[in-house]
Ligand binder design. Structure first.
Ligand code: OOG
Ligand code: MG
Length: 263
């Protein structure tokens, strides 16, 4: 039986909230890209109804490394909320996630409302800062497997994010070497230019996509540019640390706690 957009959105939200897997939508019904984004919106609306606050947007599959790892070949975008935000050096409770993975990201802090497609030359004027970041992704689908429509509906696997120290907006984000270590062993390494040849292009892309839909990106919001490297699975006890040439370090610890809502 075909499920409605509403049902599909609520189901994905419940899966994320309870940290349980759900079946890929595409295995039982066809949905369009437009419907997939609608399902994402419904699922995020459930979070907002519970009191979470929208804190920004993320891009996905902006690098070949990520596209190849996940077998999906188109830029996608999702929404971030305050519940997903963990402080730098904080603890992530693995009991609240299904099969989490971590990836290094670059973050932009919005300083001025963006309501049109930016051009590269003006992009910096709309920023209050740039920073190294980590994103934790946790597909709600079995075995982290999905179609393009599935992953969009699932809010692009968004689960958690950590931001390092903010640097002035004019700090370059181009051609930076990035390394991600787990328990002091390098797990992934890459260069920021793997992101659309220049991570600033992610900001341009999200300004185009959201302005076409009449959505303004507000001051104080965060944009995650998409990972430059494949993602690594994380487990209780892991100490994650990522260094970005010129942007410093960002870290997160994975702990296991079954009843305490720690951050
Ligand atoms: C989808 C999310 C992709 C990125 O940075 O490319 C993403 C996934 O890999 O599960 O966040
Ligand atoms: Mg990501």
């Amino acid at each position: 039986m075909k499920r409605s957009i509403q049902e599909l959105g609520q189901n994905l939200d419940q899966a994320a909230d309870a940290a349980t897997v759900t079946q890929q939508i595409s295995l039982s019904q066809d949905i369009s890209l437009k419907e997939a984004y609608k399902i994402q919106e419904v699922s995020i609306d459930q979070r907002l109804k519970r009191g979470e606050v929208l804190t920004g947007y993320k891009l996905g599959f902006t690098s070949k490394a990520k596209m190849e790892q996940m077998g999906v070949h188109d830029l996608i975008w999702g929404r971030l909320t305050d519940k997903m935000h963990y402080k730098n050096g904080g603890n992530l409770n693995s009991a609240q996630f299904i099969h989490p993975r971590v990836e290094p990201e670059i973050a932009f802090l919005i300083g001025k409302t963006i309501d049109h497609q930016l051009v590269l030359e003006e992009a910096t004027e709309y920023l209050d800062g740039v920073a190294a970041a980590l994103e934790v992704i946790d597909s709600r689908y079995e075995n982290f497997k999905f179609s393009l429509e599935d992953v969009i509906a699932d809010n692009c696997s968004s689960a958690a994010y950590v931001i390092g120290e903010w640097h002035p907006p004019a700090t370059t984000v181009e051609d930076l070497n990035i390394s991600l270590s787990i328990n002091n062993e390098v797990s992934q390494s890459g260069n920021s230019n793997a992101i659309l040849d220049n991570p600033m292009e992610s900001l341009i892309a999200i300004s185009r996509i959201l302005s076409e839909q009449g959505i303004a990106i507000e001051p104080g919001m965060v944009i995650l540019a998409g990972a430059a490297t494949p993602a690594s699975f994380i487990h209780p006890g892991d100490q994650i640390n990522s260094t970005f040439e010129g942007l410093g370090e960002v870290s997160l610890n994975v702990v296991q706690n079954t009843d305490n809502n720690i951050k």
